[in-house]
Ligand binder design. Structure first.
Ligand SMILES: Nc1nc2c(c(=O)[nH]1)N[C@H]1C(S)=C(S)[C@@H](COP(=O)(O)O)O[C@H]1N2
Ligand SMILES: [Mo]
Length: 264
């Protein structure tokens, strides 16, 4: 990459101004790795109190604000991969082997019209293309071009019921080898779900999303940190609360102590 490395919070300071960033640093900057510190109670508590503040600031400044979009010249030669890079188990390998022909995306839960869509059906819908920067809490960033359907488009087709408050993303990868219940999942509220840049992407840098980056479909929620970008999607569920789901905090990493609101 051309530019010297800067921690993501410094880049953001330049981008959005001091007030917002002072708070974002408190929320994001304290974390050093995707799991290294997540079991440290002190870190987790600092993050939790900063989370409320960061969310409040975003609400005041407007949750509709757009994440920065870049030009083709800014695209990194290789989009770094992190977390799961190949889901374990025969069923995912079989999907890869036949080009995801039998894969389906479900949209269900608190909707009037549940959907079940194949990859070609998704690809026939209106698509958005965006060049954005992915910021992992480990302190690295990568710029890439994503193409996919706006989540709002799918939600409008499915007709979200008034009781729905959150969108939960269910993924095909298991995080702990011995524990079949440790599936990656994530969630956002309806503000982020209906955001203009929130898409379910099947293309990265002009090619099908590689397996290591979440084939066949991964969410891009551009106002949020890396762990809020679920890969290997198969189900989008509308819910009114997270109770009874995983550890009840709305995401795999949230259940380990990360902020639910990973706004940047
Ligand atoms: N299903 C799934 N989604 C995931 C992860 C994962 O392990 N499994 N890791 C998260 C983290 S911490 C990051 S930084 C990004 C990495 O995305 P990339 O592999 O495309 O860089 O995916 C996020 N989404
Ligand atoms: Mo991450």
């Amino acid at each position: 990459m051309k530019k010297p490395f800067k921690p993501f919070f410094e880049q953001r300071r330049e981008r959005r101004g001091l007030l917002r960033t002072g708070l974002a640093v408190a929320a994001g900057g304290a974390l050093a790795g995707c799991d290294a510190l997540s079991h440290d109670d002190k870190v987790v508590n600092v993050l939790r109190s900063a989370e409320t503040l960061n969310d409040a600031v975003h609400r005041v400044l407007g949750r509709k604000a757009m994440a920065q979009e870049f030009s083709p010249a800014d695209i990194a030669p290789k989009f770094r991969a992190n977390g799961t890079t190949m889901p374990v188990g025969e069923s995912y390998a079989a999907m890869v082997a036949n080009g995801f022909a039998d894969w389906r995306l479900k949209v269900d839960g608190l909707v009037n019209k549940p959907l079940e869509l194949s990859l070609p059906q998704l690809q026939a819908l209106p698509a958005r293309t965006q060049i954005t920067r992915h910021d992992c809490v480990e302190g690295w960033s990568t710029i890439g071009q994503w193409k996919g359907v706006r989540l709002s488009h799918l939600l409008n087709l499915a007709e979200v019921k008034p009781a729905a408050k959150y969108v939960v993303f269910h993924c095909l990868d298991q995080m702990e080898e011995e524990d079949e219940s440790s599936m990656y999942y994530e969630s956002v509220d309806l503000d982020d779900a209906f955001h203009e840049q929130t898409i379910l992407a099947w293309e990265l840098n002009g090619k099908p999303v590689p397996v290591e980056n979440g084939a066949p479909l991964r969410a891009r929620i551009e106002r949020q940190l890396g762990y809020k970008q679920p890969k290997y999607l198969y189900r989008v569920e509308l819910v009114s609360s997270f109770s009874g789901m995983g550890g009840g905090r709305g995401g795999y990493w949230e259940d380990q102590g990360y902020n639910w609101y990973g706004g940047i």
